[in-house]
Design a protein around this ligand. Structure first.
Ligand code: FES
Length: 143
C-alpha cells in the first residue's frame, strides 16, 4: 500500500527546484541590466591626474581613486578610459602588458583602445577626454 504523502512530497521538491531556477534567472538579468545604472562611469568635472610622466610611453596606468585608465601609445599622445567595467560595474584593478583586467568576472580590455579582449564584458571601456597641460594630465569634460 503506498502512502499519498510520497508523491506529494516529491511534487513539492520539483516545484521548489523550479522556483530556485527562476530566481537565478532573475539574478542574472539584474546583474547585466544594472551595468548602466550606477551613476556616471566617467568624471563630470575636470580631474587633475598629476604629472604626465607617470604614464609610461607605450603603456598605461590605472588611477584607481579617479576610476580612470590612461594610456600613452606614443610619446605625448594620451588616451583615457573609464576604469568602471562595462560588464557589471566593478572597478578594474590591474593594468599590465597593455591589458586592463577586471577582478570580478575576468573581463580583459586593451589599454590603448578600451576594446574588449575577453568577456564577459560586451562593450569597450568608455573613452574620456584627456590632455597634458603644463606637464600635468587633466581628464574630464573640458580636457
Ligand atoms: S564586472 Fe564582471 S567582468 Fe568586470
Amino acid at each position: 500500500m503506498s502512502s499519498p504523502a510520497v508523491p506529494s512530497a516529491s511534487r513539492r521538491t520539483v516545484l521548489r527546484g523550479a522556483a530556485l531556477a527562476g530566481a537565478a534567472g532573475l539574478g542574472a538579468a539584474a546583474c547585466t541590466g544594472g551595468a548602466g545604472a550606477r551613476g556616471p562611469a566617467a568624471p563630470t568635472a575636470p580631474v587633475d591626474l598629476g604629472a604626465e610622466g607617470e604614464v609610461p610611453v607605450g603603456g598605461a596606468r590605472l588611477y584607481r581613486e579617479e576610476k580612470l585608465v590612461v594610456a600613452q601609445p606614443a610619446k605625448g599622445e594620451y588616451k583615457a578610459f573609464s576604469a568602471v567595467c562595462t560588464h557589471a560595474g566593478c572597478v578594474v584593478d590591474k593594468v599590465e602588458d597593455g591589458k586592463v583586467r577586471c577582478p570580478c568576472h575576468g573581463s580583459v580590455f586593451e589599454a590603448a583602445t578600451g576594446k574588449v579582449l575577453q568577456g564577459p564584458a560586451g562593450a569597450p571601456l568608455p573613452s574620456v577626454p584627456v590632455k597634458a597641460d603644463g606637464g600635468k594630465l587633466i581628464a574630464g569634460p573640458d580636457a
